[in-house]
Design a protein around this ligand. Sequence first.
Ligand code: NAD
Ligand code: 0WE
Length: 265
Amino acid sequence: MGFLSGKKALITGIASTRSIASGIAEAMYREGAELAYSYQGEKLKSRVEDQAHATKSSLVLPLDVTRDADIEAVFKAIKDAWSGIDIVIHSIGFAPRELLAGGYLETVTREGYAMAHDISAYSFAALGKAARPLMQGRAAALLTLTYLGADRAVPQYNVMGPAKASLEANVRYMAAELGPENIRVNGISAGPIKTLAAAGIKGFRGMLSVAEKVSPLRRNVTIEEVGNTAAFLVSDLASAITGEIIYVDAGYRNVGLPYVSESGE
Ligand code: NAD
Ligand code: 0WE
């Protein structure tokens, strides 16, 4: 029996088999969780349906987090199917592409700033708000995905930095409020991974290669590794962990200057 057996979970944020959410779903399924999936827009529907099928799930629901009606409908459908829910995985982030190339102040606009914060940060609170009534009387958990750019200035990450900082503050505020209901809230800060969200970023290969050279483990991280950490964090094995940001980054954020010899190893 897996450590998530008997748990019912919603997975958001799958856009391809390389999505971090896809690695999370895989690990959670392996550990015995029953899964529901959401997809953003009709173009992604069949891809998400394929992954749902591979994990014996038939609950596949449309969800654009900018639409309150979608959020309401998702949790209505989950209530009808399951009557409650134990776990929500939030693996969603977006800023207009033009804001992620060049300088921060050069590219930031009122509209882009609002959109990045709405989709990348507010949406986590919105999902928590909607899931809360369905999580009563269970040892439940919410989990989101963040990045070092929340805490350190990272070239080109730009407006996503403030948006992820807001997301991480949401983790703490939601943990404080939901703790008395035995609902835990955490974040995973992942190192760079080549997903669709990363494919659109100029110079992303260079970022992967820096992480590989500088991180204590001297390598990049995989969606399987993020998936395993996620499965642990939303399980009862992590029953005393809440309000935390756990780094799954091969140790990158723990070095202040690269420890690299002249041979480059
Ligand atoms: P991805 O492109 O596979 O996933 C991003 C997801 O966000 C997609 O499924 C997309 O449909 C969804 N999304 C965007 N706007 C949405 C909206 N309005 N409504 C609903 N869904 C919406 O990329 P990923 O790398 O798997 O990203 C998942 C999360 O991981 C993001 O929060 C990202 O910031 C974070 N993250 C990624 C990396 C990385 O290097 N790839 C590192 C750390 C954190
Ligand atoms: O959070 C992210 C990516 C977020 C993202 C990506 C895109 C590309 C396509 C948000 N919005 C969009 N909008 C699009 O139109 N990451 C952690 C991956 C990432 O992105 C970077 C990084 C890293 C790491 C951008 C610049 C610098 C580093």
